[in-house]
Design a protein around this ligand. Structure first.
Ligand SMILES: Cc1ncc(COP(=O)(O)O)c(C=O)c1O
Length: 387
């Protein structure tokens, strides 16, 4: 019998659909996928070279479990230069990708029944990680058209039981970038109820309007209670390298994080750490190239989706996903399965992201897949009109 803890976690819908798509591809079926949450670009050459150099220099042993000082220095410099935030090295720790870092933060901060306020729609792993760490996810509604935070609902959900208010801007799955006013409301409520703010900034470089601002940069109190999580995964097309980091003014948080990581994972891959140093300190041209490509693809995908009867897609301001609403009376998981089987297109259902009646499509895919894949969806929806 497996543990009750393991049974708290739902199986991943995304993995299920991707496995089915893989089987279909093996059978020779031409499947177009908008499912994946990673850039279709390769890791920059200079970053790959830094990894080869690290191997040749035998930088292959254990490192401090929260990362080489060189990596933490590179992260410190990045935070100063890009986010206007000053941290000491003792306020920064590296870990195994954004996901591994987030999990260890929840482990570090949550006691049984502590609440984590999560804004809908959200990245699928947040509630699962919170539950695994004994916490209780509390969901806040959003505007169904713009995905702006429902301020009244946020005010109602933050309380003395709130340990963390979690924000993710730009957001996966809906691409919303929170306005300064919204960030200020989050910061005010965190101050009133003395909670931490966890700011997941993994999509910070993928924005198509104004550059998103870190909530930690609003004012001194916000800086003091914010824990920033970021990673090289999306920014530098390095999803497989597994390097993420946490920065927090509260040194106790980093000390707790470090103690836990010592006994669970030790250091993230030493070679990947040296690659990440190059990513943060070397040329940033690859980021601009990706952002420009994603902007064009976003524009084309939004336009094509909105031409489909019964689909409504807000223009995402960041990340690399469209999150259209559909009018069919069908659960999103069933719709995604049907679209895979009948239109041979992979899309993610909205339900595991906390918003039923929506689909998530990644536009971090080859240019030509967008018109071809959306054309298939168009034909499918035209054959299934809303009655
Ligand atoms: C919002 C968000 N945060 C964190 C992560 C984790 O990124 P990684 O663990 O690959 O660094 C992802 C990945 O999909 C994400 O979408």
């Amino acid at each position: 019998m497996v543990s009750s803890r393991s049974r708290l976690v739902q199986p991943s819908v995304t993995f299920g659909l991707s496995a089915k798509a893989k089987t279909m591809k093996k059978q020779g079926i031409d499947v177009i996928s908008f499912g994946i949450g990673e850039p279709d670009f390769h890791t920059p050459e200079s970053v790959k070279q830094a990894a080869r150099d690290a191997i040749d220099a035998n930088k292959t042993g254990y490192t401090p479990s929260i990362g080489e000082p060189d990596l933490r220095q590179a992260i410190k410099d990045k935070l100063e230069k890009e986010n206007g935030l000053t941290y000491e090295l003792s306020q920064i720790a590296a870990g195994n990708g954004g996901k591994g870092v987030l999990y260890h933060i929840f482990l570090s901060l949550l006691d049984p029944s502590d609440e984590v306020v999560i804004i809908t729609p959200y990245w699928v792993s947040y509630p699962e990680q919170v539950r695994l760490c004994g916490g209780v996810p509390v969901f806040v509604q959003c505007d169904p058209h713009t995905f702006a935070i429902d301020s009244e609902d946020l005010k109602a959900k933050v309380s003395a039981k709130t340990r963390i208010i979690l924000i993710n801007s730009p957001s996966n799955p809906c691409g919303v970038v929170y306005t300064e006013e919204q960030l200020r409301l989050v910061a005010d409520l965190a101050q009133q109820h003395n909670s931490y703010i966890l700011s997941d900034e993994v999509y910070e470089h993928f924005y198509y309007g104004e550059k998103p601002r870190s909530i930690a940069s609003l004012h001194e109190d916000a800086y003091a209670r914010t824990i920033i999580v970021n990673a090289v995964s999306k920014t530098y097309a390095m999803t497989g390298w597994r390097i993420g980091f946490v920065a927090a003014a509260d040194k106790e948080v980093i000390a707790a994080y470090s103690r836990l990581q010592d006994h669970t994972q030790s250091n993230p891959c030493s070679i990947a750490q040296w690659a990440a140093v190059e990513a943060y300190t070397g040329s940033q041209d690859s980021v601009t190239v990706m952002r420009d490509a994603f902007r064009k693809r976003r524009d084309s995908m939004v336009q094509l989706l909105n031409a489909i009867p019964g689909l409504h897609c807000a223009t995402p301001e960041g990340a690399f996903y469209c999150f259209p609403r559909y009018e069919l009376a069908m659960p999103s998981l069933q719709l995604a399965e049907q679209l895979l089987e009948e239109a041979h297109v992979v899309v993610m259902p909205g339900e595991p992201f906390g918003l039923e009646g929506y689909l998530r499509l990644s536009y971090a895919v080859a240019d030509e897949h967008i018109p071809a894949g959306i054309e298939r969806l168009h034909a499918w929806f035209a054959a299934h009109p809303v009655i």
